[in-house]
Structures are given as structure tokens and as C-alpha cells.
Design a protein around this ligand. Structure first.
Ligand code: CMC
Length: 401
């Protein structure tokens, strides 16, 4: 009663005040805590940007050393987790494994579980509670790469690898993925840098579906592992984090550039979706897509060009000239980075994992902001407009038509 306006898909609903990420979708602007994404991609690293997103300012050298050290120290997971990963079927999707693994982690850390503690855990100004919160942040960022690499290795039938020491966050991830026993193995520095830039680009994007899910789940004051698992499940969908996988499947199905016009016509007849195009907020090119293209050039110098690149470029050019896409302001989003992942040798179904791992940072930044907001957390409980039947009486089965 009294509710008249339905906002399907939350096109015009602001549910929180946030100081983390700014997007101007008309002008193609993206800033983390005020810093343009282009500057961060050029000068910063994923982990330094993580600190910025979570705590609000760029770290001093000392602060960064401590943060990096804590995250890498917490990247080791309990050896019981190996049995957990081995219990999946040989062909399990890595996103299913990663989502489940985040939820599993929650069972290990009772210090993060308010219902077990019988109290609200996190309060601004209370040093002890902030330290508990920081510990969960270090664990979740640190273990994200390890869990992802475990999901990959179990699919490959390979043994698990303990996170190494002395490598960067992204370097350690590549080590855990690639390492097959060579002595003194180090990841290729160009590929390590490229992946780090892609991680930074994916670290946050304000209230997208997965971040909203994390906050919605977290608003019940559940532990952050469960909230992150919920976000991971939301990210898995093909309209969101699954789109980078869908882009490559689409390009494979198109095949040669000469098949592009027929595909475009099928999209316009609504028989197909042009994955990697369109965005709820950007009505011009996603600013991240330019950095992705530059990063792709660096990677292709090492790996050689992907055979699908020509098809991707033909598709891009055709769509950008076509009235259907111009009228709807549909432009490339960040998901064409799938071509880089493919060139680096990641399997197709691992692409959404490469989105989820860095996005853990953004989810945690928003979760922390919400938990510490003035006045405490208000549970997220939207309303509906009921359109079902009015009151009616129960009819026994033998009297039903
Ligand atoms: N191909 C063809 N038509 C499209 C596309 C597309 N990729 N995207 C939107 N449209 C059409 C849509 O059919 C609609 O047309 P009409 O007004 O005639 O009904 C119009 O454009 C507006 O689209 P919408 O679906 O109402 O827009 P939305 O804001 O609800 O959806 C979106 C945004 C990203 C889900 C959508 O653009 C899409 O499905 N894109 C393809 C999947 C994709 O690449 N997703 C990744 C998004 S970026 C990274 C991330 O957030 O995960």
C-alpha cells in the first residue's frame, strides 16, 4: 500500500552514499577515490590501488610494505582446503569452485562471524574491532589468488602449489598457476605487469550487480566471507563477469571477419547478443577499454597475436558504424580483455575468475565503508508492488478443476 513506483533493475535508486568510485557514464570518466583510472593504470599497482580503494588514500612506503606483507602472509590456505577442491567433479566450472571456496573460508574464521560472537563486530574508532576487520581484508585478498589457482590446478589434474615468497601479488598468482617444478621459475615480467594492470582496472566499479549483492548480503551482518561468496555468485552471470568468457565464445562462433555482417544483423533481429558491448552506466566507450587495448599490444608482442583479433576488430568497427548501436549508445566495455587472457593461455572458463579475484578488493572497500558508516548498518530490505490475486479460500484437491 502506498508504493506506486517500481524501479526495475534499480535504474534510478541510490541506496548508499559512497566516497569510493566516481563514474560519469556520459563523459567516459572513471576515478578511484578521485584519481583518474588512466593515471593509476600508468603509475600504480593493483595492491597499492587496493589500499587506496579500501582506506581512502594512497599509502606511504611504510604503510604499503605492511599492507603487502600482511596480504602475502595471509595467502596460504589451510591444507584441508585441498580436499575441498578435490571433492569437485573433474569438469566443475572454476567460478562454482571459487564461489564455494569463499563460503568455505567463512567456516574457518569464527573471529569474523558476528552471530557466533553474539555482538556487532565492527565499530569506527574501536581499534580492536578495526584490527579484526583488517585481518579479514588481508585474508580475503591474500587467499583469493590461492583459491583461484587451486580451482585451476584441480581442473588440470596438477598438484597444488604453496604461495611463493619474494614475488608480487600478481607474480605470486601466476607462479601458483604455472609452476610445474622448474627451479628458479619466475613469471614473464611483461605478462605479470599486464595482468596487474587488468587487475587494477577490475578492482572496483561502484554499485554493479555483484557489489550490490555483497552489500545486500552484508547488511544482515553476516561474515564477509559469506558476503563475498554471494558477490562472486552474482559476478558469474553472463551479463556481468561472465561476459568476458561470452565474448570469446561469441568470437569463436563468428569465426572469420567476413561473417561479421551476418552476426550484426542477427543481433539487430535480437537473435544474438553482442557480448562486450553496452553498459548500464557508460553511454560512450568505457575508459578502461582504451587501457585494455594498449595492454593487449604489450601482451601480443610476447605471445603473438590472437587469431580472433581480426574478427574482434571487424566486429568493433561494424558495430560502431551501425545505427542500431549508435542510437542505443552501445560501445565496447571492459570485457574485450578476454582476448588478452586467451593469448596468455588461460582457459576460457577461467576468465570470470580473473575478474572476481581483483574485484574482491572493491567488494571489501564497499563492505568496510558500509560497516563503518555513521549510524550503523541498516538492513537492505526493498519493497515490492504486489500484483497477485486477492484473498481466496483453500480448495481441497478433489474439488479442483
Ligand atoms: N547487444 C545488442 N543489444 C544491446 C546490447 C548488446 N550487447 N546491450 C544493450 N542492447 C540493447 C537492448 O536490447 C536495449 O534495446 P531496446 O531499447 O531496443 O530494447 C538497449 O540496448 C538498452 O539496453 P538494456 O539491456 O536496457 O541496458 P541495461 O543497462 O539494462 O544492460 C548490459 C546493460 C551490460 C546488461 C547490456 O548492455 C548487455 O547485455 N551487454 C552485453 C553483456 C556484457 O557485455 N556485459 C558486461 C558489462 S560490463 C562489465 C560488467 O559490469 O560486468
Amino acid at each position: 500500500k502506498g508504493l506506486r513506483v517500481q524501479d526495475k533493475g534499480f535504474l534510478n535508486t541510490a541506496v548508499i552514499r559512497s566516497a569510493i568510485t566516481y563514474i560519469d557514464g556520459e563523459a567516459g570518466v572513471l576515478r578511484y577515490r578521485g584519481y583518474p583510472i588512466e593515471q593509476l593504470a600508468l603509475h600504480s599497482s593493483h595492491l597499492e590501488t587496493a589500499y587506496l580503494l579500501i582506506y581512502g588514500s594512497l599509502p606511504t612506503t611504510e604503510q604499503f610494505k605492511f599492507f603487502e606483507n600482511e596480504i602475502l602472509r595471509h595467502s596460504v590456505v589451510h591444507s584441508d582446503a585441498e580436499g575441498f577442491f578435490r571433492s569437485f567433479r573433474y569438469d566443475a566450472h572454476p567460478m562454482s569452485m571459487l564461489t564455494s571456496a569463499f563460503a568455505m573460508l567463512g567456516s574457518y574464521y569464527s573471529d569474523a562471524n558476528p552471530s557466533l560472537q553474539g555482538q556487532r563486530l565492527f565499530t569506527e574508532g574501536d581499534k580492536a574491532s578495526l584490527a579484526i576487520m583488517d585481518r579479514q581484508i588481508y585474508r580475503l585478498i591474500g587467499k583469493a589468488t590461492t583459491l583461484a589457482a587451486m580451482a585451476y590446478r584441480v581442473r588440470q589434474g596438477r598438484d597444488f602449489v604453496t604461495p611463493p615468497t619474494g614475488l608480487s601479488y600478481t607474480g605470486s598468482f601466476l607462479y601458483q598457476m604455472d609452476h610445474i617444478g622448474e627451479e628458479n621459475y619466475v613469471p614473464n615480467p611483461v605478462l605479470e605487469k599486464a595482468l596487474d594492470v587488468l587487475f587494477l582496472l577490475h578492482a572496483d566499479h561502484e554499485l554493479n550487480a555483484s557489489c550490490t549483492t555483497v552489500l545486500q548480503t552484508g547488511s544482515s551482518l553476516v561474515d564477509p566471507y559469506s558476503a563475498i561468496a554471494a558477490g562472486c555468485a552474482s559476478l558469474y552471470g553472463p551479463l556481468h563477469g561472465g561476459a568476458n568468457e561470452a565474448v570469446i565464445r561469441m568470437l569463436i562462433s563468428i569465426g572469420r571477419p567476413e561473417n561479421v555482417p551476418a552476426f550484426i544483423e542477427a543481433v539487430k533481429r535480437r537473435e544474438k547478443t553482442l557480448s562486450g558491448f553496452g553498459h548500464r552506466v557508460y553511454k560512450t566507450s568505457d575508459p578502461r577499454s582504451f587501457i585494455v587495448r594498449k595492454t593487449a599490444d604489450e601482451v601480443f608482442k610476447v605471445t603473438g597475436k590472437d587469431e580472433l583479433l581480426e574478427t574482434a576488430m571487424a566486429l568493433h568497427d561494424a558495430a560502431m558504424k551501425d545505427e542500431y548501436f549508435i542510437k542505443r549508445k552501445l560501445a565496447p566495455n571492459v570485457d574485450f580483455c578476454g582476448l588478452i587472457y586467451r593469448a596468455m593461455g588461460f582457459p576460457l572458463d577461467f576468465f570470470p575468475v580473473l575478474f572476481a579475484v581483483p574485484r574482491v578488493v572493491g567488494w571489501l572497500a564497499h563492505w568496510r565503508q558500509m560497516m563503518l558508516q555513521e549510524g550503523g548498518v541498516k538492513i537492505w530490505r526493498p519493497r515490492q508492488i504486489y500484483v497477485g490475486p486477492g484473498k481466496r479460500d483453500y480448495v481441497p484437491a478433489e474439488q479442483r478443476a
